[in-house]
Design a protein around this ligand. Structure first.
Ligand SMILES: [Mn+2]
Length: 319
């Protein structure tokens, strides 16, 4: 049975669902989880979206975002958990999922089949695309609310239709979501023109710490930068793109000092270097052009380690 049909089959024979995604959720995790929750309800099921971390403020205007439960442990009252965008249960940062029937839906190249049913499609531009296909297969009408959640996910996960391979198919999906009621201008306002002041202050700190060596650029924020800016962890989202925006830079790295003195590392590529493979060496994962992991601090040791590893995988003519 194709994986999509298998997922649909397992949904049809159950009633109560928990939907979740990874810790530090992004637009695809939040948008797809909300859309899937609605889709399940339209199928006559009961669904609860539960996240191990808070919903970032820019995604709070999404339909049904107020219903998301923020918890560290799940209660046992559901027949199956649908886990989006995770390569393991640990990635959810939720306790209590272990002994349940698990459905894994993911589009990362680094995906792993950890669940009872695994639907993995690295060709999907976002998990939202897979949720859209699931809705079509289940013959569920895409409401404007579902379309808004899915469009937000596609918009953010393709880097506003900038990442490779954004293609005619991506725009076809976006077109259909707009036809079903997603409002591109309003969604862009919420996602890109609603940054908290703290995020802009943090960007200033990060740019002060910007360095470049050939085709590699990197920057960092310390705990002190975070405190001084009044920034939340989610304010770091996307800052790495300012370093990648430099002409001639192929790979950009963003280091964030964690409270535990470990370092959170986000890494982006214009395509010449597969950063997902690099992240995997450090126990992380992601996509060819966008990946992340955490590593031992302090800052100086982490930058040296990561940049050293990066130099060894950079195509020579790019350095
Ligand atoms: Mn995604």
């Amino acid at each position: 049975m194709p994986q999509l049909q298998q997922v649909l089959h397992e949904i049809e024979r159950r009633k109560d669902f928990l939907v979740t995604s990874h810790a530090r959720p992004d637009g695809d995790s939040i948008g797809s989880a909300l859309a899937l929750g609605q889709l399940l309800r339209k199928m006559g099921k009961h669904a609860q979206v539960v996240m191990g971390d808070n919903v970032p403020v820019i995604y709070k205007p999404l339909p049904f975002a107020d219903d998301i439960v923020h918890a560290a442990t799940v209660n046992g009252n559901f027949d199956a958990a649908i886990v989006l965008e995770c390569d393991s249960l640990q990635r959810t940062r939720l306790q209590g999922l272990e002994n349940h029937f698990l459905i894994n839906i993911d589009h990362h190249a680094s995906s792993k089949p950890f669940a009872h049913v695994n639907w993995i499609d690295p060709c999907a531009c976002a998990v939202a695309e897979m949720v859209f296909r699931l809705a079509t297969a289940a013959r569920v009408q895409i409401t404007p609310e579902i379309a808004t959640c899915l469009y937000t996910a596609v918009l953010t996960d393709t880097g506003s239709f900038c990442y490779s391979p954004t293609n005619a198919h991506t725009f076809e999906l976006a077109k259909q979501l707009v036809e079903h009621g997603a409002d591109p201008a309003r969604i862009a306002q919420n996602v890109y023109f609603s940054s908290p002041t703290s995020k802009m202050r943090l960007l200033g700190a990060a740019l002060t710490n910007l360095h470049r060596e050939g085709a590699v650029a990197w920057m960092w924020v310390t705990r002190e930068d975070m405190d001084r800016s009044g920034a939340l962890d989610e304010d770091c989202e996307g800052l790495v793109n300012y370093a990648l925006g430099i002409a001639g830079v192929e790979v950009a790295v963003f280091f964030r000092e964690l409270a535990s003195e470990r370092m959170r590392v986000s890494i982006r590529s214009k395509g010449a270097v597969n950063v997902s493979r690099l992240a995997a060496k450090f126990g992380g994962g992601g996509h060819e052009c966008a990946a992340g992991f955490s590593t031992e601090g302090p800052l100086r040791a982490a930058t040296q380690l990561v940049l050293g590893e990066l130099r060894s995988v950079m195509p020579h003519e790019r350095l």
